[in-house]
Design a protein around this ligand. Structure first.
Ligand SMILES: CC(C)(COP(=O)(O)OP(=O)(O)OC[C@H]1O[C@@H](n2cnc3c(N)ncnc32)[C@H](O)[C@@H]1OP(=O)(O)O)[C@@H](O)C(=O)NCCC(=O)NCCS
Length: 148
């Protein structure tokens, strides 16, 4: 049975999954403590997600990762649907930032997000090594949003 639970303690136990979405640990440390962590369990952990309160009714998905063995089975979308419902009455907009990548933008669009804006050179300025996805170096962060 699919269950989504909030994790309050020892969030680093899910580091392996978190690193799939954000491969530099000191960048994860910037939001892990203040972020709300959720884990989708279906006979074992399948998805982890971290959401932060950015103030003024704005929330942001800082990290979401599905276990590679279970990607493409609808688990990621289930997590996003849960998050959108959970924060519905807590604010007005959910944001998510991602690389300019064909692996992630269609996922968020299929969950109802639309592109909001771009932060130029985010992955160059904030990471200590080139982030390569799908054979291409990520430079800019694309921010998508969805009304809550
Ligand atoms: C992105 C990620 C979280 C998606 O999770 P998932 O469990 O595989 O996604 P789902 O199976 O729930 O897919 C939901 C929808 O997104 C679509 N989708 C997912 N990945 C996609 C891709 N790479 N390209 C196109 N569409 C994709 C699915 O087709 C599905 O669409 P549908 O509902 O219309 O059929 C997962 O691939 C992942 O963990 N990737 C590595 C970490 C990462 O990059 N995280 C995001 C950082 S910004």
């Amino acid at each position: 049975m699919v269950q989504i639970n909030q994790i309050l303690d020892n969030k680093k136990q899910f580091l392996k999954l978190l690193l799939l979405a954000d491969e530099q640990e000191n960048m994860i440390d910037k939001y892990l403590l203040r972020g709300d962590m959720y884990v989708l369990d279906d006979a074992g952990v399948k998805v982890v997600c971290v959401v932060t309160d950015e103030g003024g009714g704005n929330f942001e998905i800082k990290n979401i990762a599905t276990d590679p063995l279970y990607q493409g089975k609808g688990y990621g979308k289930k997590m996003i649907q849960y998050i959108l419902q959970h924060y519905q009455h807590k604010g007005h907009t959910m944001y998510v930032g991602t690389g300019d990548s064909p692996l992630t933008i269609p996922f968020y669009e299929s969950c109802g997000f639309v592109i909001s804006h771009q932060i130029d050179n985010f992955f160059i300025d904030h990471y200590d090594h080139p982030i390569i996805e799908n054979g291409k170096q990520l430079k800019h962060m694309v921010i998508l949003k969805k009304s809550l």
